[in-house]
Design a protein around this ligand. Structure first.
Ligand SMILES: Nc1ncnc2c1ncn2[C@@H]1O[C@H](COP(=O)(O)OP(=O)(O)OP(=O)(O)O)[C@@H](O)[C@H]1O
Ligand SMILES: [Mg+2]
Length: 378
């Protein structure tokens, strides 16, 4: 008997949760593999597997109920994905794509090889010093963990020998090799989501992202830039996905420099924080196109259905239980779209939810969104 198709997701955080809503909408089931029970996505799915990718028995059970497997982050060692593929399961994005992305140094090399503009970079090897690196990258540069960096945790800004040494010390504890990247004094950070199947490629509007303390805080859609620059950003984003041979959905983070160059900062092979606004502001959300692309279905329109959208992340402001107490106040503005991820613990800086406002007057929705964000203590 034919059974409903199930999409397995390695990871059970907010990206998996929002993808799951869209999978159910289309009539598919979801299976979640996560280290702990009751993850944001695990809570809403009946197929919850507790364990991680190195636990072969659990992975086999997870793979057995899944028709296709996807990921919510790029941190799953590509060799573990090869194992899942060896069980005869399709993985999107594939182990090959992840092998080109999860090590940021290899990612940069892959992009550079295809002549995609990116920041200058350099492998850090034993014996390197502030002098040896600054000779090639300039006096100010960033040390980055090659693997497992997120929300800036794997980065260290260097401007002299002292910060080089302390940066190396800080990153050493992350058990990953390190590379260095030229510091970009950017005018603006941009991002774009690209959805790609074997049959088609669609790009969402290029957005302006504002990070505070290395974490994405605000997204403005669409970015207020000259058409020529938007087109360039779109071309570079699509080329980046093609460079890794990627299918599924990708978030491309970009720098716009003062001399109007666009450089790729990094790419993520999954739904991305800069695309959360698409849930309400685009004809098809990034999460729905994520599911469609995994299932190799026709992609939905990526056009906006409102002139402007503003998304603000709700970062934890205290150590708590992740429960919002003033829904009545927050939802008083009838245009606010509130998302709370259901995490069982909040801590300062942790992504606990987001809000999106749509409208015709960008400055108005931006100030309203900022005001509402201040009211949310979670
Ligand atoms: N080469 C650079 N020059 C200037 N600023 C940079 C550079 N690389 C990173 N940054 C700043 O630090 C932020 C986080 O860096 P990056 O994207 O490498 O880290 P991440 O830990 O993967 O972050 P996230 O998970 O938020 O994407 C960037 O969005 C940007 O604001
Ligand atoms: Mg980033």
């Amino acid at each position: 008997m034919e059974r409903k198709k199930t999409i397995g997701i390695c990871g059970g955080g907010q990206l998996a949760r929002m993808s799951a809503y869209q999978a159910y909408k289309l009539g598919f089931d979801i299976a979640i593999l996560e280290k702990e029970k009751n993850s944001p996505a695990g809570q809403i799915c009946k197929n919850e597997f507790v364990g991680w990718v190195n636990d072969e028995e659990t992975v086999k059970k997870f793979a057995a109920v899944s028709d296709v497997i996807s990921l919510e982050n790029e941190f799953v060692d590509f060799k573990r994905l090869e194992f899942i593929e060896s069980l005869g399961k399709k993985v999107v994005p594939s182990s090959k794509v992840i092998s080109l992305i999860q090590d940021k140094y290899i990612q940069k090399k892959t992009l550079a090889k295809k002549k995609i503009p990116t920041t200058r970079f350099l492998e850090i090897i034993a014996g390197d010093s502030y002098e040896s690196v600054s000779q090639q990258l300039g006096g100010k540069f960033i040390l980055k963990s090659r693997k497992m960096g997120y929300d800036g945790y794997g980065n260290a800004l260097v401007k002299d020998a002292k910060s080089f040494n302390s940066g190396m010390e800080k990153l050493k504890s992350r058990q990953s090799d390190v590379y260095a990247e030229q510091f970009i004094d950017f005018k603006m950070e941009l991002a774009a989501m690209v959805s790609r199947t074997k049959k088609e490629t669609k790009i969402y509007p290029v957005v302006h992202t504002i990070q505070e303390n290395h974490i994405c805080k605000i997204v403005i859609a669409p970015a207020q830039l000259h058409k020529r620059l938007i087109k360039l950003a779109e071309e570079i984003s699509i080329a980046a996905v093609e460079a890794v041979g990627g299918y599924g959905i990708y978030g491309i983070e970009l720098f716009l420099t003062y001399d109007d160059k666009i450089l790729v900062n990094e790419m993520a092979p999954r739904p991305h924080n800069s695309g959360h606004y698409t849930i309400e502001a685009c004809k098809t959300s990034q999460f729905e196109n994520h599911i469609r692309s995994i299932m190799n279905l026709p992609l939905g329109s990526t056009e906006m259905s409102a002139p402007f959208a503003v998304m603000i992340n709700l970062l934890g402001k205290k150590n708590g239980n992740g429960i919002l107490h003033n829904y009545n106040k927050v939802l008083l503005n009838e245009n606010v779209h509130l998302h709370i991820y259901g995490k069982e613990k909040s801590r300062p800086g942790r992504k606990m939810g987001h809000i999106t406002l749509l409208g015709e007057n960008l400055n108005l929705i931006l100030s309203q969104a900022r005001r509402i964000e201040k009211q949310i203590i979670i």
